[in-house]
Write a protein that binds this ligand. Structure first.
Ligand code: ZN
Length: 439
């Protein structure tokens, strides 16, 4: 057992059969307490005609009802402020974390003392897996406060024994200052902010090789596994770039890439993942892309049973070459159902535009996708806005148009503007701008 390679070798190298045995045992416990202590779940199980005792193996979970964010929002509106799915006593509550509310009224999530402990531990496990060690200086540029990831990482740094700079999201210039003194070695941020910091570093004339930063893990939005974005972050900051994943209703920082960069390892002893067909909601086998559905195996305060994440992913349950056996979301999150753009019959995600734009050395890191109305035709118009200072704008435009058409299956309109025209972000980027008349 080498502590050197693994944070928790006994758990991280469990054979698949043992992982599944633990999952079944924990799932039974969770279903039972949800059924007996939560009217929200009991009513839903009753309507679906299922009982916790019906679960013999993991595949039986598919007979239990799905929970969507809208279900949670409705439940909390009818039974404010937390809904009837809190199954831990008030004395055990420690923190409240509302969702960011970008897609409607925020949903409140509670963490108990035990929940904080589990989240801290698996965050430490992920950080260890992408190379964080006690001697590291961690610059935590995730937002602190109500957003989940900032605190989770902060707690994990304490558990790892790292020196932490709790700077939070923002103060781009000071982020660079801390690279120099005391000299951060690990950076955590959204990928958009990482790119912005790299741009700032370049503007100040500091070479990546002149700072001690060596590793970064980026979450809050997809991007770190888009090859062109990963390359830009790695070159811009002189680091190894890894992907992080979390969700307010499930947990922050519960899945990350390991140093093998072979997809997001899940903490399968705490979270059970299914991938379902978006239409039929039937389970899809390993390697097939569908909607990720997650179940809390150990969560105490507000457990989620079959939470529909709206995120597209594919599951690889095979052991990783790093030696870890916990399953991976291969290639990261490939898109959010909410972000899907349908244009002239073609369907694509903003992340595909990102992959194309950032592969062009003549273009800057920032871009926008504008959706407007073509009044004359009564149809939508999708325009990709990118930045360049190239002297040969027409040639760049022509090549970009071709590359976009190839990746998206449709040709959007293009507008090239000068570098620095588009706003930079320190948190989650809003790169899709809907200019259609609203109301
Ligand atoms: Zn691995």
């Amino acid at each position: 057992m080498t502590r050197d390679q693994f944070w928790d070798p006994e758990v991280e190298k469990l054979p698949r059969s043992r992982i599944e045995a633990i999952q079944v045992e924990r799932l039974r416990w969770q279903l039972e307490r949800c059924f007996t202590e939560s009217p929200f779940y009991r009513e839903r199980f009753d309507r679906a005609g299922v009982r916790p005792s019906h679960l013999r193996g993991l595949t039986d979970l598919q007979h239990f009802p799905i929970v969507t964010k809208q279900d949670l929002r409705d439940e909390q509106a009818t039974h404010p402020p937390f809904g009837r799915y809190v199954v831990a006593s008030r004395s055990s509550w420690r923190e409240i974390h509302p969702s960011t509310g970008t897609t409607g009224v925020p949903v409140n999530t509670l963490w108990s003392a035990k929940d904080v402990d589990v989240i801290t531990d698996h965050t430490a496990r992920t950080m260890w897996s992408f190379g964080t060690r006690p001697e590291d200086t961690v610059q935590n540029a995730f937002a602190y406060g109500l957003w989940v990831a900032g605190l989770a990482v902060h707690y994990a740094c304490a558990r790892l024994g790292c020196f932490v700079i709790p700077i939070g999201a923002g103060a781009t210039s000071r982020q660079v200052d801390y690279f120099l003194t005391p000299g951060s070695t690990v950076l955590l941020a959204t990928p958009s902010f990482a790119i912005h910091i790299a741009e700032h570093l370049r503007e100040r004339g500091i070479k990546p090789e002149d700072i001690p930063l060596r590793v970064g893990c980026f979450g809050g939005e997809p991007g770190a596994e888009v090859p062109a974005t990963r390359t830009r972050i790695e070159r811009g900051l002189g680091i190894d770039c890894y992907d992080y994943y979390g969700l307010g209703e499930i947990a922050p920082t519960f899945a990350s890439e390991c140093t093998a960069k072979a997809g997001l390892h899940l903490a399968e002893d705490h979270y059970l993942a299914e991938v379902l067909d978006p239409e039929t909601r039937e389970p899809l086998g390993p390697g097939r892309t569908g909607v990720l559905v997650l179940t809390h195996l150990t969560r105490e305060a507000m457990p989620m049973i079959r939470y529909w994440t709206n995120d597209y992913a594919r599951l690889d349950p095979e052991p990783c070459r790093c030696g870890r056996t916990h399953g991976r979301l291969a290639g990261g999150i490939s898109g959010r159902a909410d972000d899907l753009i349908i244009y002239k019959g073609a369907k694509f995600y903003p992340v595909q535009v990102e992959g194309v734009v950032r592969a062009f050395p003549e273009l800057a890191d920032e871009f926008r996708i504008e959706i407007s109305s073509d009044e004359s035709k009564g149809t939508d118009l999708v325009t990709v806005v990118a930045e360049t200072d190239s002297g040969e704008v027409e040639r760049v435009e022509e090549r970009l148009r071709k590359a976009l058409a190839e990746s998206l299956g449709v040709t959007p309109e293009l507008r090239l503007v000068s570098i620095g025209s588009l706003e930079r972000t320190v948190f989650k980027a809003r790169r899709v701008v809907d200019l259609r008349r609203s109301g």
